[in-house]
Design a protein around this ligand. Sequence first.
Ligand code: COA
Length: 179
Amino acid sequence: MQGPRSIPGWEKGIYAIRTDPAAIDFEAACGFLRSAPWAAGLSHEAMKRALRNSLCFSLFEKERQIGLARVISDFATYAYLCDVYIEESRRHRGLGTWLIRCVLDHPDISCLKRIALITHDAHDFYRPFGFQFASPNHYMERLSSSAARSTEPPLQTAISFPQKSSCHPEAKPKDPRLS
Ligand SMILES: CC(C)(COP(=O)(O)OP(=O)(O)OC[C@H]1O[C@@H](n2cnc3c(N)ncnc32)[C@H](O)[C@@H]1OP(=O)(O)O)[C@@H](O)C(=O)NCCC(=O)NCCS
């Protein structure tokens, strides 16, 4: 089994984004994710397991973790972007945009054909990166009632289609959603 091939990082003044799993501050990350509505009810242990089994983009202000983006992927065909979070006091400074830009620039992500995410209300945040609504006639999901923690209605999924894929140069379907 092969995971991501590289562990790049980015720096901007006092801020840094690290993808090294050893860099994750589990206490900080689980702390702020716990305040996110989608993580309500998820145990600390489950959250840590999710972080450990994902490609995490940890955003630091000096040595303090203030943000996160988590990617679940096979690193060949598909990635699911989730747990995108910037600490409340640090929002509206362009850090969220920088974080997503770094996710999409990561060499093991930038070559993927399909990147999906689910959002309740941040569609306008994701649109500039190329995310658009997936066709409701194609996307399916199975929610386990025993694992359900939310009574909220089904969400719409957004999918990003890169202009070109260096991993799959031969794969250029007429309608990328149909492949
Ligand atoms: C969404 C989030 C990551 C954005 O982080 P950020 O650092 O504030 O983002 P930026 O400063 O780069 O924002 C750039 C622009 O995106 C848009 N934007 C930011 N957050 C938005 C949101 N929640 N909904 C819609 N548009 C948003 C705004 O136009 C913003 O410009 P502005 O600051 O001039 O208003 C942050 O608000 C957050 O952590 N929210 C709580 C968790 C969450 O909702 N995550 C997304 C779940 S899918």
